[in-house]
Design a protein around this ligand. Sequence first.
Ligand SMILES: Nc1ncnc2c1ncn2[C@@H]1O[C@H](COP(=O)(O)OP(=O)(O)O)[C@@H](O)[C@H]1O
Ligand SMILES: [Mg+2]
Length: 247
Amino acid sequence: MLELQNITKHYGARKALDHIFLTLENGIYGLLGPNGAGKSTLMNIITGNLKPTSGIVLWNGENARNLGPAYLSLLGYAPQQQGLYDTFTGIRFLSYMAALKGIPKKKQKGEIQRVLDYVNLTEKAYRPIGTYSGGMKQRILVAQAILGDPHLIVLDEPTAGLDPKERVRIRENIRNISGDKIILVSTHVVSDIESIAKEIILLRNGKIVDKDTISNLCEKHGNAKNLEQVYLQVFEKEGESDSAHRI
Ligand SMILES: Nc1ncnc2c1ncn2[C@@H]1O[C@H](COP(=O)(O)OP(=O)(O)O)[C@@H](O)[C@H]1O
Ligand SMILES: [Mg+2]
């Protein structure tokens, strides 16, 4: 179980996260919010890449900061900015990531083959990543995130910039990651998560507006017909509040 207790994050005078309390158990969660809502900041705090200004992240009741490498080995993370090495081949990138994650040498080969098959990139494994399409790049990012079968998987906008066919492919990859894991997927596109997430977390201006199943969200937010309508209701004034916030 992952718990965020009273997480606040400031970038200088800018408050990116504001007193976040969040508990995640096994299952797929959609982190939904427009650009600037704080999704990446929240994910970077969960993964330990960023230190919160205040508050703590707990893994099964223990401060994640104190768990060190044990926390990293149960974590898989695909960052939003593609930090991919264009001159590396797919297989070299995954070998590098497997080593970084501390996967034992004997297990690396089989594990890399498993994740390549999983995202259907086995045939392209020996090509440089620079030659990959946007969808293939996202898929190899998902592949490295599931290396070593981590319990906590954090995917930051894995469908950004993809065409509809590739979006569906990524979505199905996420859906099929086996069940006994916590999977957190951020997006600002409702259709990416509406059929796969057990709960949606609505993030607006660094605050959690709501976290619930889609049917409960629809009920609570003006009897909306679907998640898209909930989204429009919660975020329709986003443009205004965003600019007000920046002053
Ligand atoms: N390194 C940074 N320095 C200053 N401000 C930042 C930095 N990263 C993010 N922000 C600001 O924090 C807010 C939340 O950003 P972010 O977490 O990237 O949101 P999202 O991922 O939902 O688009 C935005 O207003 C953004 O401009
Ligand atoms: Mg982001």
